[in-house]
Design a protein around this ligand. Structure first.
Ligand SMILES: Nc1ncnc2c1ncn2[C@@H]1O[C@H](COP(=O)(O)OP(=O)(O)OP(=O)(O)O)[C@@H](O)[C@H]1O
Ligand SMILES: [Mg+2]
Length: 310
C-alpha cells in the first residue's frame, strides 16, 4: 500500500496577528507565523504523522521550496513534487486579535507549463499501483483546466484502491458532473450546497443527497458541517459524528485532518461508525494545534474514544 497525495496549488501562508488594525495606516503587529499550506499536503502530513508511508506530489515553485523541503523531511513525507519556474504563492492572513476577525489575502498561483503537466502525469502513471490510495486536494493553478481532477479520477479510479478528492467551486462541480466519480469525497456543507444548488437543510435532505452520489459511484461521502459535526454516508449506512469540544487554536485544516482520519479508517477497514470517530478525532486534534498537524497518538486515542456517533 502506498498513499500518494497530489497538491496542484500549494501556498506559503503567513499569518500575522495585529490588534485592532486599520486599513490605510501603519499597524504594529504582534507576531507572524509562516506555514506551508495545501489541502492534499495537509492530508499527507497528517497520515505520515500516523506512521503511514506517504508520497506528496503536485507542483512547487523552485525558487522558494525550502520550507516545504524542511517540513517534508521532518514529517517523513517523501517529496515528489515537480518543480516549476518561479515561486510558490504566499498568502497573507491577518488576524485582528481584538475582534478575532481574520482577513485573507490570497495570491495568484504560478504558471504550470505543458512540460510540468506532463512530468506530473508521468510520475502518477509510473507510481500508482493497484494498492495505492490517491488523494487530490485543493484549488488548481490558473493555467490548469477545471476538469483536471475529474480527468484524473477517470484515469485512476479502476487502477488503484481509492481515489479521494477534496476541492471546491468549479473543480468540485466538474468532478461531480463527470461520468466516473471518486471513491471518497468530503465536501463541507457549503461546498456541497454550492455545487448542487440545493438548500440541504434537514438531515433527511443531506442523506438523500449523499445517496444520490453513492448511486452514481461514490463509495463514501463525508459531509462536514464545521461545529455541527459531520455526516458519513455509504450505500447502506449513515452516521452523524458530533464534534468534540476542544479549545480552538485554529480551525484551518480541520477538514483536511478529517480526510486524513477517514482514509486511515478506510485503510484499517473499520466499520463506518469507527471511521467517523477516527475522522472526527483527527479534526479535533488538528483544531487543538496551532499549526496544521496532530498531537501525540495517545491524545488521538483519547479523542477517538470520546466521539459520539448516532
Ligand atoms: N469550531 C469547531 N469546534 C469543534 N469541531 C470543529 C469546529 N470546526 C470544525 N470542527 C470539526 O472539524 C470537522 C471538519 O470541519 P469543517 O466542516 O469546517 O471542514 P472544512 O470546511 O472542510 O475545513 P477546511 O477545508 O478549512 O480544512 C467538523 O466535522 C468537526 O468535527
Ligand atoms: Mg475543506
Amino acid at each position: 500500500m502506498n498513499i500518494i497525495t497530489v497538491t496542484p496549488n500549494p501556498a506559503i501562508d503567513l499569518t500575522a496577528r495585529v490588534a485592532d488594525w486599520q486599513r490605510g495606516s501603519v499597524n504594529r503587529g504582534q507576531s507572524v507565523v509562516t506555514t506551508i499550506g495545501g489541502k492534499a499536503l495537509n492530508v499527507a502530513i497528517n497520515l505520515a504523522q500516523s506512521g503511514f508511508p506517504v508520497e506528496a506530489t503536485g507542483w512547487l515553485g523552485s525558487d522558494n521550496d525550502e520550507l516545504f523541503k524542511q517540513r517534508f523531511a521532518k514529517e517523513n513525507v517523501k517529496d515528489t513534487f515537480i518543480r516549476v519556474a518561479g515561486e510558490t504563492r504566499q498568502n497573507l492572513k491577518v488576524v485582528d486579535t481584538t475582534t478575532q476577525e481574520t482577513t485573507d489575502f490570497n495570491m495568484p498561483s504560478f504558471d504550470v507549463d505543458d512540460k510540468a503537466i506532463g512530468k506530473l502525469s508521468d510520475y502518477l502513471a509510473t507510481s500508482v499501483q493497484s494498492s495505492s490510495i490517491l488523494v487530490f486536494g485543493g484549488s488548481l493553478p490558473k493555467t490548469i483546466g477545471v476538469n483536471y481532477y475529474a480527468d484524473n479520477v477517470k484515469a485512476y479510479r479502476d487502477k488503484c484502491q481509492s481515489v479521494v478528492v477534496d476541492t471546491s467551486g468549479k473543480a468540485l462541480s466538474a468532478v461531480l458532473q463527470a461520468e466516473i466519480l471518486p471513491s471518497m469525497i468530503k465536501p463541507n456543507i457549503h461546498e456541497l450546497r454550492q455545487a448542487t444548488g440545493k438548500a440541504l437543510i434537514t438531515d433527511k435532505e443531506i442523506i438523500a443527497e449523499a445517496r444520490q452520489w453513492i448511486a452514481k459511484g461514490v463509495e463514501l461521502l463525508v459531509i462536514s458541517m464545521g461545529s455541527e459535526g459531520a455526516w458519513f454516508v455509504t450505500a447502506d449506512k449513515a452516521v452523524k459524528a458530533q464534534p468534540l469540544s476542544v479549545k480552538v487554536a485554529s480551525t484551518v485544516g480541520a477538514g483536511d485532518a478529517m480526510v486524513a482520519g477517514t482514509i486511515r479508517g478506510m485503510i484499517e477497514q473499520l466499520d463506518l461508525a469507527d471511521i467517523a470517530k477516527m475522522g472526527t478525532a483527527y479534526s479535533a486534534a488538528n483544531i487543538e494545534n496551532v499549526a496544521t498537524g496532530l498531537p501525540s497518538q495517545s491524545r488521538l486515542q483519547q479523542f477517538i474514544s470520546q466521539v459520539v456517533v448516532a
